[in-house]
Write a protein that binds this ligand. Structure first.
Ligand SMILES: C[S@@+](CC[C@H](N)C(=O)[O-])C[C@H]1O[C@@H](n2cnc3c(N)ncnc32)[C@H](O)[C@@H]1O
Length: 285
């Protein structure tokens, strides 16, 4: 079958759902993934044929159901590194890359053996990227989801970094206070669930119907539940001069600052992302 013919079918079936350029970009990602054929290869040889277009047509069907391309491919890129993803892991977001960048900028003068913990690691994108860029650091990561941790372990291996994983519920101090009793960290980072139920209506169906709700949502009446628990954890488990970094809900920047003050953090800083939305906060002990 000619790839150009399949590309035509992609547009026929998908242009009503996605912008034209996005359909092209899906198509090129898929032919690269399944046939190792690049956009340029197809420009140079428009008559390119494949014997079996089954995978491509299956992907087309999944795209029509609004499955995210990253889940269809089973992989994505974060902070320039490859990551495997599945329906148990949130698809890493560009704003989280900004959080990683902020942490690396803050730590660049520190050459020591830092101990870092990522809470709610999901695909492991934050922990793996930090481990890759801070080769002397000892990086740990925690998640309540065993399936997510399996994927994070795969991603640590894929990127050739060593991470210690913990299967813990951060909302259950009884269990984490035992598991982390004598462990102190120089940096604790988290991108916990922070989307309020009331914000569901603002979300695209491909996120709502496919990404794990465990990773996304909190109740309207207690949207800072995870931040409260993690701040308490950080008070117990950060070393002197330790730093706590959070990705946050863009609408909750000021309540987040108040929460960190309440827990006696100092040098609290709220930071905006490239779209000028309050997106990250840090505090020191
Ligand atoms: C917003 S996702 C972040 C995933 C990843 N760190 C990232 O930035 O893409 C939140 C993560 O927190 C985990 N999580 C949810 N509830 C948790 C809990 N009670 N204890 C620990 N982790 C939890 C979810 O499984 C999910 O992986």
């Amino acid at each position: 079958m000619r790839l150009k013919t399949v590309q035509h079918t992609f547009h026929e079936k998908l242009d009503a759902i996605y912008p034209y350029e996005e359909v092209d970009s899906f198509f090129y990602l898929l032919i690269d993934h399944y046939y190792n054929v690049s956009r340029l290869d197809l420009v140079m040889k428009p008559s390119y044929r494949v014997d079996d277009a089954k995978s491509l047509l299956e992907a087309l069907w999944l795209l029509k159901q609004q499955q995210p391309i990253q889940y269809i491919l089973g992989e994505t890129e974060f902070y320039g590194l490859p990551f495997k993803v599945n329906s148990h892991t949130l698809i890493p977001r560009p704003e989280t890359e900004e959080l990683v960048q902020w942490i690396l900028d803050e730590l660049k003068i520190n050459n020591g053996t830092l101990k870092i913990l990522d809470i709610g690691t999901g695909s492991g994108c934050i922990a793996v990227s930090l481990a890759k860029h801070l080769p002397k650091a000892k990086v740990c990561a925690l998640d309540v989801s065993k399936e997510a941790l399996r994927m994070a372990q795969t991603n640590a291996e894929l990127n050739d970094v060593d991470i210690t994983f913990f299967n813990e519920d951060i909302l259950s101090p009884k269990t984490w206070s035992v598991a982390f009793k004598s462990l102190k960290f120089d940096v604790i980072v988290s991108n916990p669930p922070y989307v309020r139920e009331q914000e569901k209506q603002l979300m695209k169906p491909n996120v709502l119907d496919n990404e794990p709700h465990l990773a996304l949502f909190v109740k309207d009446d207690n949207p800072l539940l995870f931040y409260e628990a993690i701040s308490q954890f950080a008070v117990n488990n950060l070393s002197r001069n330790g730093l706590l970094f959070f990705e946050i809900n863009e609408y909750l920047g000021h309540p987040m600052k108040a929460l960190l003050s309440k827990h006696q953090f100092s040098n609290i800083e709220l930071k905006q992302d490239v779209f000028k939305k309050d997106r990250m906060v840090k505090g020191g002990l």
